[in-house]
Design a protein around this ligand. Structure first.
Ligand code: ZN
Length: 178
């Protein structure tokens, strides 16, 4: 009996110790601008560094992320918003998530950006809500633009990415409220 108590006590202490260790570890910020909550000054290059290429899908995610921050009056890296990106779970559609990450500073590990499965291209949307609030904004990309970038190839990647960067928001997506 006494041995059993001792074993449980030791297990509790080691669990506490590992929690404590992980806690201290996470309190230390990295020094790169992303860790410091600083928006990348060259977002195009930041997407290239993070994702490996710049294409219309990650630029679309970036544009939606930027607009979401503006709509909610939040700054980059504040982690105040909760984002769900509904896309068919395969590239190039999922590339949107990395653009959303770069556009807002939200991260997978902080659970404030996640992918959810959309059955088809027509169902692609991004839902954004404040972590503390009820209202959800639904960003629905324009269908004609989605159909165009769904056919992206290596040859058209750069031109479509630039087109997505330059078009006004209204020609890229609609914003609804739920
Ligand atoms: Zn990609």
């Amino acid at each position: 009996m006494r041995r059993k108590i001792l074993v449980s006590l030791l297990a509790a202490i080691s669990a506490f110790a590992s929690l404590d260790c992980s806690y201290r570890f996470h309190r230390r910020n990295g020094t790169m601008s992303y860790n410091l909550g600083r928006e990348p000054s060259d977002w195009w290059q930041a997407i290239r560094d993070y994702h490996g290429h710049v294409g219309p899908w990650n630029v679309l995610g970036y544009r939606i992320g930027k607009r979401a921050l503006k709509e909610f009056g939040e700054r980059w890296g504040s982690h105040a918003l909760d984002i769900t990106c509904y896309v068919p779970l395969r590239t190039p559609f999922t590339c949107m998530a990395d653009g959303l990450t770069l556009g807002t500073g939200n991260t997978l590990g902080r659970l404030d950006i996640r992918l959810a499965e959309a059955p088809d291209v027509a169902s692609i949307r991004v839902a954004v809500r404040r972590k503390t609030g009820d209202e959800t904004l639904i960003f629905t990309p324009r269908r004609d633009f989605l159909d165009k970038i769904a056919k992206v190839t290596d040859k058209t990647l750069d031109a479509l990415a630039h087109e997505c960067a330059d078009l006004p928001d209204e020609q890229l997506f609609a914003i609804g409220r739920e």
